[in-house]
Design a binder for this molecule. Sequence first.
Ligand code: AGP
Length: 613
Amino acid sequence: MCGIIGYIGNKQVIPVILNGLSNLEYRGYDSAGIAYLENSNINIYKAQGKLQNLKNKTENITANNSLNIGIGHIRWATHGVPNETNAHPHTSCFNKIALVHNGIIENYKELKDDLVKKGYNIQSQTDTEIIVHLIEEKLKEMPDKTTAIRNTLNDLDGAYALGIVFADEPETFFAARKSAPLIVGIGEGENFIASDVPATLEYTKKVIYLEDNEIAKLTKDNVEIFNKKNEKIEKKVELIPWEPVAIDKMGYKHFMLKEIHEQPNVVRQTLSDKLHSSEELVQLNEVKLNEEDLKKLERIQIIACGSSLHAAMVGKYIIEELVEIPVDVEASSEYIYKKNITGKNSLTIGISQSGETADTLTAIRQSKEKGSHALIITNRVDSTMAREADSLLPINAGIEVSVAATKSYTAQLLALYLLALNLAEIKKSVSNEKLTILKEELLKTPQQIEIMLSNKKAIQKCARKYYDTRDFIYIARGINFPAALEGALKLKEISYINATGYPAGELKHGPIAMLDNTIPVLSVLVPGTVYEKVLSNSEESKARDANIIAVTSSEDEKLESIFDYIIRIPQTDELISPIITTVPLQLLAYYIAEFLGKDVDQPRNLAKSVTVE
Ligand code: AGP
């Protein structure tokens, strides 16, 4: 939820920290700060709001040391309102220690009470400030900094990725992690820490992934890592396989619009890697499940959050339809607090674009402890979840900058379709003819998405007609019901309109009471098993004076006389249609938010990666 970065080396430290924070802005953006050493002092600058406000304060400052140490932070508030006082870094009583933190300290209240009793004057409302005073207190009994940090961490319950600088340590700084991602970047005569690879990739491709309970001690030429017992350990230095991505809008007004338009190529690329033709088998070598495993498989559970949860719901439909194994779908945040009956003859699929969502990570760990095989579908092969997977199915959608998931959602769907086809091939649960038809339909999806993107004027017109509504209802049935949920989430999270997705059949069990001419009802209306039902639910809504919109591939002429607005989509097999139906809903949400002048790529209160439970 927050991003931290740290640097030691001969470069000017402020530009390195600000540049790193720019590449971490997707993790939160309600305030930012920087601390750097100069002549045995710690200089601190903080700013409320977007990172640009901190840049305005600091980008012309040069530190006049030859060797520079600095830490930086970009915040998504967990404790304490987003203001300058609560912005990180937080410092000890006499500014001799500065610290940045990503995570949540769950026992901070009792720790704070204890510090106040000892006379500490706590300046902020944050849990983070408690950590720096604890270190300050421990140093009184144990002057060795690694020991003092370790003893502090032993008192903390919760999650943390920390960067820590000491005014009296002009050649060393420290880092530590537990349940929040943190890497060490290994440079030439310089070293880094960061919450995520993009912050340091332009300086070095060599990284060490810190594991839980490890402390790092960094000088410009050396990095020491200590385990939970404070024993020095050797760690593997890994090479990041990709180039720094020019995170650039490429001429689009927002990253979201660019990423929506990248979907045809994302789908095309994945298909070219894993499904060469409708006559060939799906190539999913990453999935370590053979016929024997499948025979023993009693159930599959798919666990995720947000848009990834909606993708999971489509996965349930397609896997049960093709593989005939019961599939449970659970929101990670619900799964981790209920009785866990997962058994060893089960497959647990975790879906996470970031691979760092705390609830999903905890859920996967719990199911692995029960002996379940953990298959991770993620966009980040370098993430914690990917590194802990038994089977990994990367979606290779490329960096997704906009907080609203679009191309990653579609790529997750594709991965689930390919997995279902692969399992059905192994299990021989579907006829070859049907498999061929579905593969043919799947192979058409890139072009079909392109057709819809070329039709965006009609969607823009629809957005202009409905953008000033306060409430919005999305309905669908069957395999497209998750599309209604995903379309509503997209609208909610970037326009702040109260949009809700319902199973179309559920309207008459309560929600229909809300309908009048102020609430548009959008129906996802795909020819197939539930078409007539959704059509009649749409007409029931119209009978209550609601404006009704159809997203449909139907050529039925009577629709023109029924619906107030029709968004046309290409024909495809009903089972494959979720890959198509979501794209116009992404565009509709985008254009409505744009008309409303919202901050489309960085909506208020959100972050791209929710690394706290
Ligand atoms: C989707 O638009 C949101 N950004 C959010 O719901 C997101 O899907 C959710 O936080 C899960 O993130 P993950 O896929 O990285 O685990």
